[in-house]
Structures are given as C-alpha cells and as structure tokens.
Write a protein that binds this ligand. Structure first.
Ligand code: GLY
Ligand code: MN
Length: 359
C-alpha cells in the first residue's frame, strides 16, 4: 500500500524480501505492501525495492495478484521459485528480511538458496511504516469501526434470558458480516456475569440470567483492517455496585482519552486512566494495559502501556480500553478506537457508551 516509505526507515538495504509461509506463518506485510484484498498467498514472496515491487506466486493466486496492477511472476514449482528469487536479488548484496515473521525454517532455506547475501533485520522499519496509517488505511479502519458499532446496536436488542454466550457471539459475527465485514477481526469475547472477570475469556455454554453484566469484545475486519470494541451492558436492571464499577471505568476512559494528541507519551495516557481506577476501591483491579495499536493486526503498534515510553504521532490508531476485573464476581471493560490527531483524536467507534440496561 505504501512500499517506498519503508526505505525511509530501512536505509541499509535496497532490497527487501518478504516470504510467506503457510497459513500459520503468514506475514501481513505482504498484504500491507501489495494492498491485495483476497487470497492466502501461502508460499509466495515479494521482492521490494525503492521503486518497484514484484509478487512471486503460483497460478493459484495469479488472478488475485494481477488485480493489484503490480508486476507478477508465476513460479512453477520450487526450483522455479528459487530461480526467480535469485534473479530478482542478483544486484543486491544486502537483503532485508522481516525477522519478526520469518520462520527459522525459511531462514535456513534462504541461507542455502542465496548463501552469498548478507541478511539484515528490517522488522523495525516495517513496524515504523505500518504504525503510521495512510489515508486509505484510515478509511478502512473507520469502516471496520462503523460496522462494529452498528452491529453492536443491532445485537444489543437481541439479548434474551437463557441464550448462551456462544449464541450471542455468533449473532455479532452475523451482524458484522451482514454490514460488510469480511469476518470478525478476532474471536469474539462474550462473557456473562462472573465470566467477565477474565479479560480474554472464551465464550461457552453459560446461559444469560437477569440483572447480570454482559461483556462483549468484538471487532470487524474490513478489507483486511480491524476494529476492536468492547461494551459491557446489564441485562435487566443495574444494582448500585454494577453502576459504580461501570461509571469508574467510563471516567477512566474519558481521562485517558483527554490526554490523547500528537507527541503525548502513550505511557501518560495509560497512567491518567489507571489513576482513576487506582484512586477508587478497585485499586489494582485494572490488570492490563490501556490500549494497543490497530491496523491489519488487532494488536498492532504502538501500545498504550505504563511500561512503554513512546510518543504518539498523528494518524496512529489506538484502542482505549480500561477495565475492572473482580475474580468470581465479574468485570467491566469499555473499549473504543481512536485516530490520533495533532490536537486530539478522532473517535471512530460510535456505539453508545453510557450504561445500557437492556430488557
Ligand atoms: N480485543 C481483545 C484485546 O484487545 O485484548
Ligand atoms: Mn482491544
């Protein structure tokens, strides 16, 4: 999508090789650089140079690859694939590789295939480039957030006593795909009652009861880009304790968001939100970082974390998701997605944030 700016960060090389493994070792950088919407591209490769990009793939993905308008080379088997790679890199002594995604197996293959090259790690440069979103990427993320927000509003009216967490999770997926998502951006978390105390809970057969918290953490994937939203509602009437927990989390989120703007340290955003919870009777019960970047990965760069010294820049996209978790009792999390601006932020997830009591 914006291949030449990678070389603004990776100045030590004039050729980057991106190798795709199987579906478990896919490098999303392949999709980032080509902009291809579909396909798996297992076993494919990219050769990226400051002024050109070549897709090397098989006939299986040829039609999809050609839609990009980029140069496509079709490899007929392993030896042909090797020949094309060697030929494509013949004028470069130093080859940049994405170490954070390349498997050890592929690395060894490359040492055998092109033993005369020096390899350098350009994963940091790729990350630098990927965390600053282009206008096209921002549009896709906005659309993913719009789909997620609307899907939540549609599904929130469908809560029923006795329905299971898995049932609700499938309704969210259905709504998001009906609204244009290609798929959920991650496995939806639906936690009823006490199960909401586990931030990464996996939904199961627990049935919904009256007057308990329902935590739904979900996101849409739209043209490969993700949203990630959490809403916690009460099915029935909220009691004082539920209302208090909810309002503290809501205030923590507001205090965090108030800080967001270009050049503010992500750590200070986390600390501003955390202070609200740590000044309450729920001190210590906000047990994860405030947020994370959002892009092709749900957990993209940068994080908003007390442990990370990192200044935010315009056009980064981050989640803001404080929570309170009480083991065996339950939990509340509110998560929204924002684009960092010079003087603040753009809120792109628009589902209602006040406490909803749904009957
Ligand atoms: N949506 C799950 C998480 O951000 O960890
Ligand atoms: Mn999240």
């Amino acid at each position: 999508m914006s291949f030449n700016n990678i070389f603004d960060y990776a100045r030590e090389t004039d050729a980057i090789l991106i190798l795709q493994g199987n579906e478990n070792s896919v490098d999303k950088t392949f999709f980032y650089l080509t902009g291809v919407d579909g396909g798996l591209f297992e076993g494919s490769a990219l050769i990226v140079k400051p002024d050109e990009i070549k897709i090397i793939t098989s006939t299986l993905e040829e039609e999809t690859a050609r839609k990009t308008g980029l140069e496509v080379m079709i490899a007929n088997g392993k030896s042909d694939f090797e020949r094309i790679i060697k030929d494509g890199l013949k004028s470069s002594n130093v080859v940049g590789l994405n170490y954070s995604s390349l498997t050890m197996e592929h690395y060894r293959e490359l040492m055998r295939m092109i033993p005369d090259k020096e390899f350098i790690d350009v994963s940091g440069s790729i990350m630098e480039s990927r965390r600053m979103k282009s206008p096209e990427e921002l549009q896709r993320i906005r659309e993913a957030a719009r789909i997620g927000s609307e899907a939540f509003e549609n599904v929130s009216h469908k809560l029923k006593e006795g329905m299971t967490e898995s049932e609700l999770s499938s309704l969210i997926a259905y709504e998001m795909m009906k609204l244009g998502a290609s798929e959920p951006s991650f496995s939806t978390i639906v936690a009823f009652g006490e199960n909401a105390s586990m931030p990464h809970y996996s939904p199961g057969n627990r049935k919904l009861k009256k007057n308990e918290f329902v935590l739904i953490d979900f996101g849409a994937r739209y043209r490969r880009y993700c949203s990630d939203i959490t809403r916690t509602v009460v099915f029935g009437r909220a009691n004082d304790e539920q209302r208090e927990m909810y309002n503290i989390v809501l205030k923590a989120q507001a205090e965090g968001m108030k800080k967001i703007r270009e050049n503010v340290n992500g750590k200070d955003v986390d600390l501003a939100a955390r202070k609200v919870i740590d000044d309450s009777k729920y001190k210590g019960r906000f047990i994860h970082s405030l947020g994370h970047g959002l892009g092709m990965d749900v957990h993209d760069h940068p994080a908003l974390s007390a442990n990370l010294d990192f200044p935010l820049k315009e056009n980064m996209v981050v989640t803001v998701e404080p929570g309170i978790y009480l083991p065996k009792v339950g939990g509340v999390r509110i998560e929204d997605d924002v684009i960092v601006k010079k003087d603040g932020y753009e809120l792109i997830s628009t589902a209602p944030r006040e406490l909803l009591e749904i009957s």
